[in-house]
Design a protein around this ligand. Sequence first.
Ligand SMILES: *Cc1c(COP(=O)(O)O)cnc(C)c1O
Length: 461
Amino acid sequence: MTDIRIQMHKQLQSKSLFENAKTYAYDYMDTITQRPVFPAQDAIKALELFNEPMPMTPSEPLEILRQLHEIGSPATVAQTAGRYFGFVNGGTIPVAVASKWLSDVWDQNAALYVISPIVSKLEEVCEKWLTGLFGLSDGTAAGFVSGSSTAIVCGLAAARDELLRRVGWDVSCKGLFGAPNIRVILGEQAHSSVFKALSLLGLGRERVELVPVDSQGRMIAEKVPKLDNTTLVILQAGNVNTGAFDPIEKICDMANHAGAWVHIDGAFGLWAAASGTTKHLTLGIEKADSWSADAHKTLNAPYDCGIVLCRNRNALVSAMQATGSYIQYSTNRDGMLYTPEMSRRARAVELWAALKSLGRSGIAELVDGLCERARQFARILRDNSFTILNEVVFNQVLVSCETQEKTKAALANLQSSGECWCGGALWNGEPAIRISVCSWATSEEDIIRSAAAFIHVRDME
Ligand SMILES: *Cc1c(COP(=O)(O)O)cnc(C)c1O
């Protein structure tokens, strides 16, 4: 029998595992732009090799890495190469990845200060920096979670608890059965993760008041029902298809006047606040009560890097509360106070590295670049008689061909072309091709080449 402890000590000493991982990673970085954006059929077929029975005994570590690189790497989606426009995915900032490598070796748990002073410090710094970057009021609390889906749950939980507390109901102790009513108001185009959060929190996906939207998916402020102090209003900064922003300031003013709580889902759009060129889109965000954003989208931090922000620190902390005689809170920042999880990886490390490496001017330049290349994409496609279905106000472009059939066929051909990758959506009931320019790596040449692929696949028919 092998002594696994001795084996692992040897692996740590020899470093060959880590050297190999580094070599494979460098190989990946160096060849990524030559690979098809979506893996080729043979690469996907080779994934069958992973279908093996669970080993009865230990496997050779170098062999594990080799398998991962030789079979795994070719079956990845080339997200970091500059011609991936699916969903709203974002690329990765090199120093953020490198910092993550280092912190992987640290293996820190971000739950409490006493478990990791360094992570506690970086969370504290990121909280301050982000609050300033988005122009929110001093003292705003931030929780670092996996992504916007979780961040929205946190923001809405704080809202639910606080709205009910104000009418004398402690929902964390008594639950929702028999609780006073609270209303939920959101736009018809709210993201699916908002509805998921509502269902998780017992607020119900269907017992909401939906506000009609305009042609871009923006809530129509005049159609917002009368608000009161038992109302939760959920706004969107960045529609996942059109990139459009709800009329934030107008609705926040109405909500503040009525004593309602406003949460803003700004998964990718909140970052518009960081550039002078796009700041007008987020005008008034500081008047909301809570916000959610993804650093792994527009900021190009590695996955998973979501952020919940809450103006009322106590509301967030009390919604996320956990107690246990062994939990040792400190006078320093204890990260688990702001998140549903207890043990958590140290995602603030990459976030901090990304923010520090770009600085305010770099983030503005990043955001502006994405928008500029989205406009470039739209311009070329329009000049080649595609229809651009949206006003390109941010990084999203919605495209269609002459007929629904042509749009569907072009999308399918595009996805298998390997040249670039876009997703599809239904917009006003009709199929559309979605372009999300979300990676720093996307160059003007990438746009020209990808637009050429659009033209090619359309004319194939
Ligand atoms: C991506 C996205 C979400 C969900 O975020 P995850 O990080 O994938 O959980 C929510 N809202 C909007 C507008 C998004 O773009």
